[in-house]
Design a protein around this ligand. Sequence first.
Ligand code: SF4
Length: 242
Amino acid sequence: MKGDFDAELYEEELNGLKMYPKKAFIDTVKDVGFNCDLCGRCCTGEYNDHVFLLEDDADLIRSIDPSALMPSPYFDVSDQNGVFYVVGYSLRIKDDDVQSCVFLENNRCTIYEKRPTICRVYPYMIHREPDEKGHVDWREISGLNEHGTYENEISDEEAEEIYQMTDSYEKKYLEQEIAFRKTLRSYFDKNGLKFVRRDHDRLIRKYEKEKTGEITVMVYHRGGFIPENFVIGEWEILPVQI
Ligand code: SF4
């Protein structure tokens, strides 16, 4: 399980990514021939539970609209005072039927030219993920056959560009996870904080059940933590990512 303070698992993942053959990714991209058909589904919480922001993206979104930021929803660490810690920010979602991204209007992105990196990369990915049977392997395309059109012609230049963007995004994401977990370890040691898995799980269950109260989330950003206070119920607490 990835979680707690364990940066090593993410370091292993990063090393694996560095060894991943570029040709395998490019072949898959060209084979699949994905093309976006502007359905807008990937911009909804119904389809993608959150839009994760790298640190540069979080800074850009803050400059556009600070209220569009929310802590990334997978809280895998808390301290004995009931404060949660997360790896970074995500985009806020609207309270509509499909939980649209706050920047989605009439099925179009209102910040298209400034959209975050993950929105430029999606649906491409280069990371290991379990399939429906729990078999963990490299995955290159998210939501295959669930959106867009397929078997389109992808030029060598386009495939190369997609590879560069995706590889860069995945590496930055893993580097952010590693930095978060290392910073977390030193922050807890320095401030006499403790993480107890059983208490943490109990806290998550309590908030999920009661759906009320205020919580503080310390969001990792550029080597430190930014405290963010939230009222439960204004956004959903998601279970720990495994
Ligand atoms: S920022 Fe734009 S592209 Fe990204 S999820 Fe929101 S609406 Fe979609």
